[in-house]
Ligand binder design. Structure first.
Ligand code: 13P
Ligand code: SF4
Length: 330
């Protein structure tokens, strides 16, 4: 077994013999170990294809809360693994590379966020799921891009609210709900990079194309969108819409499922402002490879661990989100 350094906490890809049928072995080990492989839409297509369940962050949390599998392998970023571990403390939860963090979660250190919360004691604290467990521990209710609007609207109109860490999602929710939530100054390095100018140029070349935008994008992009929503909502819209062309302003991994569900339609990934980099890819999600998934299942490593005290506090706002979502049928 070749593990990466302590710092990377993952496997180096070269560790597997070339004769191994990786896909077959992954599925075999999965059955043998009663493991559930979950994947986010931003992971590589081949990772999504081998998973038992693919979803947005809300669906992944909901699935984790319901599964009776003994082990969960989360092919996504670290906070998604943490959410699974917090909801299922008795299960072994694995993320094939713990280096798969999230720039948005990292833009909100728990101690600084706690200072912000303490400075506004009369506010309800809403945290986006893209946060560390420690940040969730100082939160009243967690939301995802799939339920943020409804959860905010479920609170009394005059409730004072802190919303963190994504200022773009927070601004968008403020604009559609008429609230004036106090926002943390965080953002995602992928969604902030999409170029409005290039999208408008694409729109001239494809005038019938619908523009699909994740709410982590900046306000001017959201304004030109035909549909704003979570990855699952954008996927659903692209399947149900009569349109045949779509410009997609979110991480490009989602195109895999869009193309699979509607092979006759054309999906154009929105370009980032710097055309020399693959900035519409999340470098953290792309750390999760098939080979690391294989090793992770085989050696049951690396596991996601959450401090018991932190987990005790973080589970409340996550469960509150799941309860409100269930009540609202989301
Ligand atoms: P979803 O909630 O749409 O899955 O988005 C998660 C995410 O990380 C977006 O960058
Ligand atoms: Fe985090 Fe952005 Fe990657 Fe989503 S795309 S996981 S918000 S870094």
């Amino acid at each position: 077994m070749i593990k990466d350094t302590w710092k990377n906490q993952g496997f180096v890809d070269e560790a597997i013999s070339e004769t191994t049928d990786i896909k077959k072995e992954i599925r075999r080990m999965c059955e043998e170990k009663n493991a559930l492989i979950m994947a986010h839409y931003y992971t590589y297509g081949e990772v999504q294809d081998i998973a038992d369940f693919v979803g947005d962050s809300l669906a992944l949390a909901q699935k984790a809360a319901q599964t009776d599998a003994e082990m969960i392998v989360m092919c996504g970023v670290h906070f998604m693994g943490e959410t699974c571990k917090i909801l299922c403390p008795e299960k072994k939860v694995l993320v094939p590379d713990l280096n798969a963090t999230c720039s948005l979660a990292e833009s909100c250190p728990a101690d600084k966020f706690a200072d912000f919360v303490n400075a506004h004691p009369d506010h309800t604290v809403i945290s986006y799921v893209n946060t560390t467990a420690a940040t969730k521990a100082v939160t009243d209710v967690v939301v995802t891009s799939g339920n943020a609007r409804q959860i905010v609207e479920s609170l009394p109109q005059d409730e004072k609210i802190i919303f963190g860490p994504d200022k773009n999602l927070g601004n968008y929710i403020n604009s559609i709900t008429g609230r004036n939530m106090l926002l943390w100054d965080g953002a995602c390095h992928v969604h902030e990079k999409f170029s409005l100018e290039k999208i408008l140029e694409l729109k001239k070349e494809h005038p019938e194309a619908k523009v699909l935008v994740h709410p982590e994008c900046k306000g001017p992009l959201v304004k030109v969108a035909d549909k704003v929503g979570s990855t699952a909502a954008l996927l659903k819209y692209s399947i149900e819409s009569d349109a045949t062309e779509f410009i997609v302003a979110t991480e490009s991994g989602i195109l895999h499922k869009m193309q699979e569900a509607a092979p006759e339609k054309t999906f154009i990934p929105a370009p980032p402002d710097d055309s020399t980099c693959a900035c519409n890819e999340c470098n953290y999600m792309k750390l999760i490879t098939l080979k690391k998934l294989y090793n992770c299942l085989k050696y049951e490593w690396p596991t996601v661990e959450v401090d018991a005290e932190v987990a005790k506090k973080a589970v409340r706002p996550i469960k509150r989100m799941l309860e409100i979502s269930e009540k609202l049928g989301i």
